[in-house]
Design a protein around this ligand. Sequence first.
Ligand code: AMP
Ligand code: TRP
Length: 331
Amino acid sequence: MVNAMKKVLSGIQPSGQLTLGNYIGAIKNFVSLQETHECFFMVVDLHAITVPQDPAALREQSQSVAALYLAAGIDPKRSAVYMQSHVRAHAELGWLMTTLTSMGELERMTQFKDKAAGKDSVGAGLFVYPSLMAADILAYNADLVPVGDDQKQHLELTRDLAGRFNSRYGDFFTVPQPYFPEIGARIMSLDDASKKMSKSNPNAGSYIALLDPPDVIRKKISRATTDSGREVKYDPAGKPEVSNLMGIYAQMSGLSLQEVEAKYEGQGYGSFKKELAEQVVAQLEPMQQRYHEIRSSGMLEEVLREGAAKASETAELVVEGVRERMGFLKR
Ligand code: AMP
Ligand code: TRP
């Protein structure tokens, strides 16, 4: 049977606590896209080890990210949920894609420059990370890749590599499109709206972790930096901090930015922040309950096994096609 549904693929690294930025930028779209697309959602453990990881912490975080996917509403009966390292095609196609990538392209990657800045020793894996990410996407001929704004450049490289392969070896890969949320493609830090919200920020008050207890969430939001003045107005250039909080509000409540603005007209920041915290808690608290149920149910292992089996079926076929076109002997 020919499957006409468009394909979606994305992944998140198991390298620390997931934040509200990951949820709004990526996971929330994963959940909505599975209604209309064939979806593949990975925990990208091979990417996580491009910086040193403690093995026990990596195991724990890998399970945690997979459980959060399910808790957020990804249905493993519809979407493949799996570990990147469980599907061997990723490592194999990653190498093949690395050989198509130029040093100059990798040197221009801003994520690499940021992560390498100030380090005495930088792993070669961190450098070739974008080629592996391209392989992740191309291994399924994915049409759409839901990600936050910070992945734009990696997606551009993926598109270039797909085009390069197609012109060198004949039309084969689908050239994928990024898929960004309309609001919140880049959620900013609570303490500094010039930096993106990130789990690697040493100040835990700068981000909301998806597993933060409700009282911690309330405290972090009440302490979030706000611009001078008191008007709740969407103006990213003039009022970046309030605008960031408004984006979070809109995403948590389902209201538009105009509706949020109208709701708080003339009210000042105090009641806005209080109600924002309640909106966030209302979304995250039930997710946290499901998360703990999933972790204690022991269901993850089977979900990940089935997800990897399903993903391998698609990815293996694509890699075979690539091998053949590149001139490798049949195995
Ligand atoms: P990472 O945690 O780096 O593996 O990122 C996983 C996904 O979350 C990617 O699609 C990122 O673009 C997205 N993401 C991470 N931080 C943010 C943020 N602050 N705002 C929006 N999206 C984000
Ligand atoms: N580089 C992505 C990030 O840090 C994670 C990632 C790896 C990814 N492979 C992917 C995202 C494939 C989308 C598709 O967020």
